[in-house]
Ligand binder design. Structure first.
Ligand code: ADP
Length: 256
């Protein structure tokens, strides 16, 4: 090797190192931007309920406030406190799925039992709204997944379906297909416009901000669903037609 060749090789390695460093730097920059955006979103989301709580408390300090008004302000404050608590629960979950995929604890369990439990837990909410919550006809079905996390997924999907469906019905169930099972939650609600589908599972994305907040939504439910299913190497999907309803579904591998 003569001197020129040596310099050439050295220059190549240095160039290579520099471009790796540049790529790493770009990645870090993007991560940083994402985190800043996330914190900005959280601040925004917490500020609104805090304003409402503070306003309600101020009203409660007024002398001679009629009992009915008092109750109304207390209910409002309590609702908003719950919303903040839910927001932090969701953020905690999201952080875990972002940084630690080993967080899920897989075991073999019967999906039928879990789906039945979720359906039963949501019956009171559905009844209160005059909605029919239907459980599909189900057979036994063993899957290898984290039962608590899958319950959280179904919880979020069923409560969204109930929350956003003004009338009609919600159905939860699953269908077996060649070694897989497709779990679904279907509603007869307003549906979701195509222009929203790309970003629907992003943090804090809502098709109608006012309506979501009014219903106590954190805007994080579907991103939690996406995170949990990602950790299971699965994916949440949606089919929807405006004015007709939505169908959220995902697959899990069947055992045995
Ligand atoms: P939120 O707390 O706002 O419900 P989610 O992440 O759970 O947050 O949902 C994001 C948005 O997706 C909601 O604000 C709503 O606009 C829309 N959405 C979710 N589920 C449904 C559904 N079943 N029907 C219609 N719109 C829905």
């Amino acid at each position: 090797l003569n001197r020129n060749d040596e310099f050439g090789t050295l220059a190549d390695s240095l160039n290579h190192m520099a471009s790796t460093l540049r790529a790493d730097n770009e990645k870090l920059k993007r991560l940083n931007e994402k985190q800043s955006q996330f914190f900005a979103d959280i601040t925004h989301e917490v500020r609104n309920p805090l304003h409402t709580i503070s306003g309600s408390l101020e009203m409660l300090e007024l002398p001679n406030l009629p009992a009915e008004k008092k109750k109304q302000y207390m209910v409002t404050a309590r609702k908003q406190i719950k919303r903040v608590a839910r927001l932090f629960e969701d953020i905690k979950t999201l952080q875990r799925y972002d940084f630690d995929e080993n967080f899920i604890n897989r075991e073999i369990f019967n999906l039928k039992e879990l789906v039945k439990e979720v359906e039963a837990a949501h019956q009171p909410m559905a009844e209160k709204k005059g909605l029919k919550l239907k459980l599909a006809k189900l057979s036994n079905c063993n899957v290898n997944a984290d039962p608590n996390k899958i319950e959280q997924v179904l919880d979020n999907l069923v409560s969204n379906a109930i929350k956003y469906t003004p009338e009609g019905s919600v159905e939860v169930g699953f269908k077996k297909k060649e070694g897989l099972v497709e779990v679904y939650v279907e509603d007869t609600g307003p549906g979701i416009g195509e222009e929203h589908l790309d970003r629907l599972f992003d943090r804090f994305y809502r098709t109608d901000k006012a309506r979501s907040r009014d219903k106590g939504g954190t805007g994080l439910g579907l991103s939690v669903v996406k995170g949990i299913l990602n950790a299971h190497q699965s994916e949440i999907k949606v089919e929807s037609e405006e004015g007709k309803g939505s169908r959220f579904f995902f697959q899990l591998p069947v055992v045995g």
